[in-house]
Design a protein around this ligand. Structure first.
Ligand code: 5AD
Ligand code: SF4
Ligand code: FES
Length: 347
């Protein structure tokens, strides 16, 4: 049933601690009934911070010269993939800045084929590589990737315009999401909360957008200002606690409204509070994406400031995460893809 907008706005406007507690409880109950309390790991490799775009909020935008630009060698990515596979992770995610040149498209394509081969097709592969043509998406799909994450960032085209340069296109972003759906990818999107100029009604519309586009997975998080961006002036006066609350509230509301989809408890939550990712799970999320990028690259992949685990390598993070998940009484779905039940029903 299409969610009721007034009810969404009501949930998204809660602020009293006891009311928020009740909202998270309700979301957790629905999570139990629809996707269960098994957490699925997707080990994420941040392939490259080279990006052709200039989103005003992002720390790795093209015009930020305070990053050392890198691209990880194929061998190093394969090493990370093998580690994730041997660790019994069900899936991995390849994420990077956006580019569409031929060299890059085949670099990704060869990676997909090699990861598929080294894990005997067992490791599920999610891509998070931005806007691409239908042809590229078909190529990568044929090489073994089956899930794709591309956040719409905001479903309000006017707000989108305010947050991006004139040559960035809301329409093309939306088109990529629709093409993915058409081609049969398990499709994820998401938005940031707390964007300058964003209203509670915008967020309610975002949730209706997820419903109308029949989305399988969500990755959402609070906007965290980065000093080396055009929105750097917002660093001063940024309210971490409120940002965390808004992030959790959006997760909970999405779980209640959309039910059987996969929802990630994103690292941005942990940037705001050391136990932010556990809080995300308790507010209705069921996916965690442990960072398995070699630590030597991490300081150069800061889309927002205060990103955690800059010095902890993959094996340190995984044990830490295991403890965190057990501490809230949940289990980890090792060796399972953990596809979204919503997607499975659609098949
Ligand atoms: N704060 C929070 N999230 C951000 N992203 C980019 N910049 C920021 C920021 N300053 C998110 C975007 C993008 C994803 C990869 O990271 O939503 O889609
Ligand atoms: Fe590039 Fe994505 Fe950052 Fe935009 S948000 S500048 S597309 S990495
Ligand atoms: Fe990275 Fe705890 S999650 S060290």
């Amino acid at each position: 049933m299409r969610p009721n907008k007034a009810e969404l706005i009501e949930m998204l406007s809660l602020h009293k601690p006891d009311e928020l507690e009740a909202l998270y409880k309700q979301a957790y109950q629905i999570k139990k009934e629809t996707v269960g309390t098994k957490v699925y790991f997707r080990g994420i490799v941040e392939l490259s911070n080279i990006c052709t775009k200039n989103c005003y909020y992002c720390g790795i935008r093209k015009d930020n010269s305070n990053n050392n630009r890198y691209i990880i060698s194929k061998d190093e990515v394969l090493e990370a993939a093998e580690w994730a596979w041997k660790q019994n992770y069900g899936s991995m995610v390849l994420q990077s800045g956006e580019r569409e040149d031929a060299w890059y498209i085949s670099y990704v394509n060869e990676l997909l084929q090699d990861i598929h081969e080294l894990s005997r097709g067992e490791l599920g592969i999610t891509l998070s590589l931005g806007e691409q043509t239908e042809e590229t998406l078909k190529l990568w799909q044929a090489s073994g990737a089956h899930r794709y994450l591309i956040r719409i960032e905001t479903s309000n085209p006017e707000l989108y315009k305010q947050l991006h340069p004139a040559d960035h296109s809301f329409e093309r972003r939306l088109q990529t999401i629709r093409t993915l759906k058409k081609l049969g990818w398990q499709t994820g999107t998401g938005v940031m909360t707390g964007l300058p100029g964003q209203s509670v009604e915008d967020l309610a519309n975002d949730i209706l957008f997820f419903y109308d586009e029949d989305i399988d997975m969500l990755g959402m998080g609070p906007f965290i200002p980065h000093k080396d961006t055009p929105l750097g002036h917002l660093v001063e006066g940024f309210d971490q606690e409120l940002a965390l609350e808004n992030g959790l509230k959006l997760i909970a509301t999405c779980r209640i409204a959309l039910k059987d989809i996969n929802i990630a408890s994103t690292t941005a939550l942990q940037a705001l509070n050391p136990t932010g990712r556990e809080m995300g799970l308790l507010a209705g999320a069921n996916i965690i994406m442990p960072n398995i990028t070699d630590t030597k690259y991490r300081s150069n992949y800061q889309l927002y400031e205060g990103k955690p685990c800059l010095d902890e390598n993959a094996s340190e993070c995984v044990h830490c995460l295991e403890r965190r998940i057990e501490s809230i009484g949940e289990t980890i779905g090792y060796k399972e893809w953990g596809d979204s039940p919503h997607f499975n029903k659609r098949q």
